[in-house]
Design a binder for this molecule. Sequence first.
Ligand code: 3SL
Length: 241
Amino acid sequence: MPEINYIDVFFSVQAFQEEELRGKSAVIIDVLRASSSITTAISNGAKKVIPVADMSDAMKIATTMDQKDYLLCGEKNGTKIEGYHLGNSPAEYEPEVVKGKTLIFNTTNGTKAIKKASLANEVYVGSFLNQQAILNALQKHDDEIVLICSGWQGRLAIEDTLFAGSLLHAVSGGNLPDNAKDGAKVAFGLFEKYGDDLAGAISKSDHAKRLAELVPNSDIEFCCKVNEFDVLPGMRDGILT
Ligand code: 3SL
């Protein structure tokens, strides 16, 4: 496990440059909802997930594949993209839908964060759903770790920050030392304030309010479940398995 002063937290996709991740490992967090959906999909048997930054990249990849092998997945501003097979609700990623399929995944913030982290030593996709699997993976690291909260279009998202705080709380045994990085202190402090009622805090978040008109409330409730899946989505050559 890296020393706590080797764990930093970035609060949006725009908060870092690709080069900053060289020599470090990264956990990409988009609790509502990309990292929760990707975690669900891989746990339910998807063969691989290819994160893309935009619709044209998604189409380029799709045209190289047999139609029966892939699903176009994702959202723009919370809504399923026209012509795509699936949106960005974890509930859509059921075993009978995703088993054996390659998912070409395109979301507003989450998949952009994953792609932007490609220079990191290891890239994991984390959410409350696979918290323990992420903690187990971090234990094997001695390189610097960056917890990358995808946020929303450059802004901090409370749900992502809470998950980063939850990891820091577990790693530090609930006692963050003074030499922790500023980002770690902020995330840890937020978790100390709201960690006893994650679902309550997240349901009042800006992004939950944005999603309220667009998706069922069960999406938010599901994304707040802790350790629902024992799966560790990790990236190799731009592909998550
Ligand atoms: O921004 C993203 O990547 C999405 O997860 C946002 S949404 O929850 O699907 O609106």
